[in-house]
Design a protein around this ligand. Structure first.
Ligand code: DAH
Length: 386
């Protein structure tokens, strides 16, 4: 087919829309259309513009492209505008007829454009909403909350265990006098435990012989002095020794002391109680063993070992022999009962004391006891409850 009809260029009906705007010759054609036109040419132009406009508006992918298409199709310099301007040269009834045709095409294309604008606006809004969307299923940002210190965790656990057995918590001062810390506990004047070597004395005028308590055993004395038997207490607290700290020693550390005094208390009660504690702290399968040992305030006295919770008792790097030495214990010495005004013929009792740091380093396999007091957050984070 040739390129012209009656000497006029044929405007393509189904040309790809956006390219059409820049098609070489389009502007010139539009310009020529600005001159006088006969009615049939005007009608043809209206038809091509109707089709072209529909395509351009439909092809606009954004509000900007739609506005560009609006200028191209409906603007002053558009072929439609040229047809409109050419109306003036027509006879009246033709002008009326063609004027209506122009208005129809304009109205139709304005509608098409408007619907496209609505669709694009809706798309843009939903794209904005999608970009702005909040994923409600994402976990929130938790504010960092602290956690209990491992020593507190262990202390709470031990104390909790005894509270459930019906014990109560007792406390005593951290600055003690010689009598409570030593004499009443049957520690004689010349006992090595009270030398300057491992005790920290406090010098307060008018109060000779005050020291930072070396063990929570002093609370045994204060408790018995303050109440008649029976006694079932646990006494957690801080103790002090003149000690150079190293991976297994601190000068300030914590103990939990327990004291039971009642009628008919025997070594079997001590054994059962310690077994319950070892199993509560280190697991149901734990066994305990007693090795004879000397503590001035008990008779007999013993060192208590637990089967290793890591290897189960066969021996490993943590325990060596399969046993972990955990605490000291014994039957309360009759002299100690007498020192507190208790009738040692009628009452018997047991006592034990264990180091909280020791339980913590075993339980959490902490390589150096000093980590417990350094306050390094990287270490403490391990015990976070958050
Ligand atoms: N007070 C002892 C210490 O610090 C531990 C201890 C041993 C406490 C035997 C007791 C006990 O009550 O009966 O090493």
């Amino acid at each position: 087919m040739g390129g012209s009809v009656r000497g006029h260029p044929v405007l393509p009906r189904r040309a790809p829309a956006p390219a059409l705007i820049d098609r070489p010759g389009a502007i010139e054609a539009a310009g020529r259309l600005g001159g006088p036109m006969d009615p049939s040419e005007m009608l043809r132009t209206l038809e091509t513009e109707r089709a072209r406009g529909r395509e351009l508006f439909a092809a606009a992918a954004s509000l900007e492209e739609l506005e560009a298409a609006n200028v191209t199709v409906l603007g002053r310099k558009s072929p439609l505008g040229a047809v409109q301007r050419a109306l003036g040269a027509l006879a009246e009834d033709q002008r009326r007829q063609l004027g209506k045709a122009v208005n129809d095409v304009r109205g139709e294309l304005t509608d098409v454009q408007e619907r496209r604008r609505e669709a694009l606006t809706a798309d843009a809004e939903s794209a904005l909403l999608a970009a702005d969307a909040v994923d409600m299923s994402l976990p929130g940002r938790r504010p960092p909350i602290g956690s209990l210190h491992p020593l507190t965790l262990v202390e709470d656990e031990i104390v909790g265990l005894f509270l459930r057995l019906g014990y109560r918590v007792a406390e005593g001062p951290e600055i003690e006098d010689d009598w409570h810390n030593f004499q009443a506990l049957n520690i004689p004047e010349d006992h090595p435990a009270r030398t300057m070597k491992d005790s920290l004395y406090v010098s307060i005028p008018g109060h000779p012989e005050l020291l930072l308590r070396t063990e929570t055993s002093a609370v045994q004395i204060r408790t018995m002095q303050s109440q008649p038997p029976p006694v079932y207490i646990v006494a957690p607290g801080r103790v002090y020794r003149r000690e150079t700290s190293d991976p297994t020693h601190l000068a300030v550390f914590h103990q939990v002391e327990a004291l039971v005094v009642d009628e008919g208390i025997t070594f079997a009660d001590l054994k059962g109680t310690l077994e319950a504690m070892a199993q509560g702290l280190f697991g149901e399968d734990r066994k305990i063993r007693f090795t004879p040992s000397y503590f001035p305030f008990v008779e007999p006295g013993a060192q208590i070992g637990v089967t290793c919770f890591r290897c189960g008792g066969v021996g490993c790097q943590l325990c060596g022999s399969g046993w972990i030495e955990l605490l000291g214990a014994g039957m309360v010495h009759p002299k100690v009962l007498e020192n507190c005004g208790y009738d040692s013929e009628r009452y018997t009792g047991f006592a034990f004391g264990l180091g909280i740091e020791r339980v913590a380093i075993l339980r959490y396999e902490i390589p150096d006891i000093r980590l417990l007091i350094e306050g390094d957050v990287r270490f403490l984070e391990r015990f976070g409850v958050a």
